[in-house]
Structures are given as C-alpha cells and as structure tokens.
Design a protein around this ligand. Structure first.
Ligand SMILES: NC(=O)C1=CN([C@@H]2O[C@H](COP(=O)(O)OP(=O)(O)OC[C@H]3O[C@@H](n4cnc5c(N)ncnc54)[C@H](O)[C@@H]3O)[C@@H](O)[C@H]2O)[C@@H](O)CC1
Ligand SMILES: [K+]
Length: 523
C-alpha cells in the first residue's frame, strides 16, 4: 500500500527532528536523493552525465535549498549547472555550496525572464525548486512568467523538487502556471496532491525519497493499493464453496436504447469471479444477455424476491423505464452493497449509505453536486477532484468513486484511495460498464468478509472504499494489459481480468521482498 500525506502532515512529522537540530541533515538527505534520482533518470534515458546542462529554478525557502544542494552534487559530477534565483534571497548555505561547486548564478527579473526561459528550455535538465510545501498560493510575478514561457518550450527533462511549484501539495489543485514534470522527487512520503488530478498530471512519475521522518508519519491522507494488496484482498474459493456462497450479484442495467451496457456489466462481473449473476430487466435486453453471456440467469421478478449478496444498478439506463427505475431505488434501499452507475445516479435519494458505491465521471459528479446544492461544474470538478469527491461522499454519505485517468475513491468517513494503473486507451465506450460489473462482483464476494479487511489493516467500515479501489485497480490493469499500447474495446478489458487476477494472486505465494511493493517509484 502506498501512503500519501498532506504537506502539513509531513511538516509535523519533520518538526521533532528540526527541533533537535537535524534540519540540515534532512535537507542533505533530500538533496542527495534528488541528485541521485536525476542521475538515474539520465542514465535510464541513455544521456551522458559529464557536460550535461542543468538549470535549477530556486525560490527563497527550503525547497530552493534542496534544489541548490542537489545542483551542487550534480556540478560535482561534471554537469554544467546554472541557478536561476527567483526571489530576493536564497537558502544561504545551499547557495554557498552551489557556488563552491562551480555553479553559475543568475537573478531572475521581469526583463530577463524570456531569455532565461529560452536558456532553460535548451537545458538537458530543469529542476523546479521554486516552491515546496511552504507555498502560499501559486507562482507570481517573474517566476510565473518564466514558467509560462518555459511551458511553451519544455526542457528535455523537467524534475520537480518535492512538488511541482504552484501545485497544492494537499489537494493537487493548481493556482497559476505550473511546469509539467517528467519526474517528481518527493521527500519523506508521497504528497496527496501528487496522486490526485490535476496534480498527478503535473507530477509525472513520483519517486519517494526516505529522509528519516517516516516513523513519525500519521495516518495517511490518501492511499493507493498495489498488486501485493490485491493479492491479499482478492477472494479465492475453497473446496467447499458453491456458486451461492461465492457471491451472487443482481444486475439492473441496460435499456432498449443501450442494451450493450448490461452485457458489458455482466461480462465484467463474471470475469471478476462472482458465483452467479441474476439479471432483472426488459425482455429484449435479457435476450441479448442470454445470447452473449449464457451464464447469466435472467428473470422478471422484483428486487425483494431476488436473492443476491449485492446489486449493480444503472449502467446503460436512461430513466425511461419506470419499472427499471423502481428496481434501482429498491436495490439502493435494500441495505445490500450496491454499485450505482450512470442512469442510477439521478434516480437515487440524496442521502444514501457507505455500502452504496456511486461511480460518476467528472460530468456526472458535477450534476450530482449541483443537485445537492454544491455549485461545482464539470470544469471545477476536474480542477479539484479530491475536494469534489470528498464533498460528494460527505453530502451523500455514500462511497464515491470518481472515474478518470486517476480514479479517486472517497468514503463518507473521509478515507481516500487513488488508483492510476491504467492506460488512456481505457477511455472507450463501455469501459465504465465493465468497471461497474467488477465492483459489483467484488461487493458480492467480499462485502461481508470483515476479517479480510481488518487483517489487511483496513477499518471494516472503510471496506466499501477499499473494494471500489480494488475494482478500479483490477479493471485498469486489465485494460493496460489488453491494450499493450494499442486501441482497446471494453469487451477485451473484461476478458483480460482473469489474467490480471491470476498474476496478482501469484504474489500472495511470494515472499514479501519478492513483491513489487518494495519500489519507491509510484508509476
Ligand atoms: N522542513 C524540513 O525539514 C525539510 C524540508 N524540505 C524542503 O523544504 C520545503 C518546505 O520549505 P519551506 O517551508 O521553506 O517552504 P518553501 O520552500 O515552499 O517556500 C516558502 C517560502 O516561499 C515564500 N512563498 C510562499 N508562497 C509563495 C508564493 N506563492 N510566491 C512566492 N513566494 C512564496 C514564503 O514566504 C517562504 O519564504 C519542502 O517542500 C522540501 O522541499 C526538505 O529539505 C526536507 C527537510
Ligand atoms: K518545487
């Protein structure tokens, strides 16, 4: 499990060490880690180190200090280093070390910003050390002008020191221009804002450098499941299991206009290990399901007389069928775990329960928030995904899974997961229906297995969010495997799920050090 923290949490964990006079040591560890990460990245790219040009953009705080010390290390390896000082002062010891190492110093002004941006754009590496966790708002003045110009002609390799400057390390929101980083080297623990869009877009690959504060870190602000967590949490049947004990999922989905969504949701559920799928819906959709997934049992009963462990409602529904919409409301009201997708979202009561998992994309979440009186349009949701998911979970008291390049899950208890295991090729019609099926299948299989979550360090009340995150990760990994860099259809995502399941389950037979959770690289 990857844990991420707010800037404030990291600073509080650092405080006892700073109070005991360890500040300079922490900074050295951070700077060494940053320099080492730059060298590794250049080596990975096959670039030469000696003579390589490095521009470090520095602010007046400790973030600038980290950048200058790191650049001093790089100068010591024969790189041509230039520091662009964006403030009227710089960390004095770090600046002195940088100059001793042979670095060149230039002061940024409004007048020379275009020249310096052009120079930085030609450099082999730009290190962004303008602002870190002490930032109040975004870049301003000539620093903002420099970064805006640089964004037009980006350097070959942009490395953010701790966080991309101008990005809120707690939320991932931006204020003003931010330089897109290829690599963010962050200290002491991942920052939550690096794992939530739009911050995740700016951060690129996130590399965590331990600096010795880790034992003092509190409960994380946000978590990310890794394959080793899936290995622990995914169910496997015992010899005595039968189809009913393995979990039965009821599906209320599809419509005459969108029958395929019901098929894809059923395929996702069947691929994700459920014991049985029961379908309730219009006869023409049921006919298509019978043809494409003969494993599904189709019926015409009511929610109350359909015996299931969980419900999936809403995929491919347009609200036109009153009987179907009644099934949706009955399922959400049943007290059983329920994944509510697409057409179900507008039909549900405002206040739900944690075992109801809502699966909006940004537009649907904006509509939901507007209905609940929280004025956020789609653009506002995309600019503040963590805040939007938090607010929706708080208002609805449901678990909210916000779909996107980074999928966020917020529980009504304010626990958060971020999964980013997929490929942009997953943005294809029907992909969300398959995801709903996977969530439904996992709700049916492990929703009542409190012990499984407790053993993995997950509070049983929070298991709905963990299940949604498991499903998001499985679905995304299946998509990435099926795509392998090429176009993808939703049906192939479902087909790839058993292969991913098998792959991650194999990790539970490995010893801890063989699992991939050892890596400090987040992607
Ligand atoms: N505290 C520690 O022990 C450690 C901190 N480290 C580094 O220190 C950083 C935090 O350092 P600081 O607290 O000095 O904070 P920053 O380096 O983020 O900078 C804060 C300074 O910038 C000014 N400032 C804030 N917002 C501004 C804005 N929008 N425009 C222009 N100036 C602005 C502030 O007045 C303050 O002087 C971390 O991100 C990390 O890089 C690391 O060295 C590891 C150890
Ligand atoms: K920075």
């Amino acid at each position: 499990m990857i844990s991420a923290y707010t800037g404030t949490q990291i600073r509080e964990a650092e405080k006892p060490l700073l109070d005991s006079g360890m500040g300079a040591v922490l900074m050295q560890r951070a700077a060494y880690g940053l320099a080492h990460a730059v060298v590794s990245e250049l080596r990975t790219r096959g670039s030469r180190l000696y003579g390589c040009s490095v521009v470090v953009l520095t602010g007046k705080g400790n973030n600038g200090g980290d950048g200058l010390f790191a650049a001093a290390h790089l100068a010591g390896r024969g790189m041509r280093t230039t520091a662009v000082l964006a403030a009227d002062s710089a960390h004095p010891d770090a600046l002195a070390a940088f100059e001793r190492a042979g670095g060149r110093v230039v002061h940024l002004t409004e007048a020379n910003a275009p020249d310096l941006a052009a120079q930085a754009g030609r450099a082999d590496v730009v290190i962004d050390a303008l602002l870190g966790t002490g930032a109040q708002g975004g870049l301003r003045g000539s620093a903002a002008a420099l970064v805006s110009l640089l964004a037009e002609r980006p350097p070959r390799l942009a490395v953010a020191c701790d966080v991309p400057s101008g990005l809120n390390s707690d939320t991932g929101e931006t204020a003003g221009p931010v330089l897109f980083a290829d690599l963010t080297v962050t200290f002491g623990g991942a920052k939550a804002g690096l794992l939530a869009d739009p911050g995740a877009d700016y951060a690129g690959t996130v590399h965590v450098v331990p600096i010795g504060i880790e034992d003092g870190l509190p409960w994380p602000a946000l978590r990310r499941l890794e394959p080793s967590d899936l290995a622990t949490l995914l169910p496997s049947p015992s010899r005595r299991s039968h189809k009913y004990s393995r979990g039965v999922l009821g599906v209320v989905a599809g419509s005459t206009a969108y029958p395929g969504a019901a098929v894809l949701a059923c395929r996702g559920a069947l691929a994700a290990g459920v014991g049985m799928v029961r379908y309730l819906g219009p006869p023409d959709v049921a006919d298509l399901i019978r043809q494409s997934c003969p494993e599904v049992v189709c019926s015409t009963g009511t929610v109350a007389d359909t015996h299931v462990q969980a419900w999936l409602v809403g995929s491919g529904m347009d609200g036109a069928d009153d009987e179907q919409m009644q099934h949706v409301r009955d399922a959400a009201d049943s007290g059983l775990p329920t994944v509510a997708d697409a057409g179900a979202l507008p039909a549900l009561p405002d206040v739900l329960a944690p075992q109801v998992v809502l699966t909006p994309h940004a537009g649907e979440l904006a509509t939901l928030l507007q209905r609940l009186g929280a004025g956020m349009d789609r653009e506002a949701v995309e600019a503040a995904t963590l805040a939007a998911a938090r607010q929706a979970a708080g208002l609805t008291e449901a678990t909210v899974l916000l779909k996107g390049a980074t999928t966020l899950v917020a529980s009504p208890y304010q626990d958060f997961y971020s999964q980013s295991d997929g490929t942009p090729w997953l943005a294809t019609a029907g992909s969300g229906d398959v995801l709903a099926g996977v969530i439904g299948a996992l709700l049916a299989q492990v929703g009542s297995d409190v012990g499984r979550f407790r053993a993995a360090g997950i509070d049983p009340d929070e298991r709905w969010a963990a299940i949604a995150a498991m499903a998001a990760s499985l679905h995304a990994r299946a998509g990435a495997a099926a795509s392998n860099g090429a176009p993808l259809t939703a049906g192939r995502v479902a087909e790839a799920i058993p292969g991913i399941w098998d792959k991650v389950s194999a990790l539970s037979n490995q010893r801890p050090w063989e699992r991939n959770s050892r890596s400090h690289r987040l992607r």
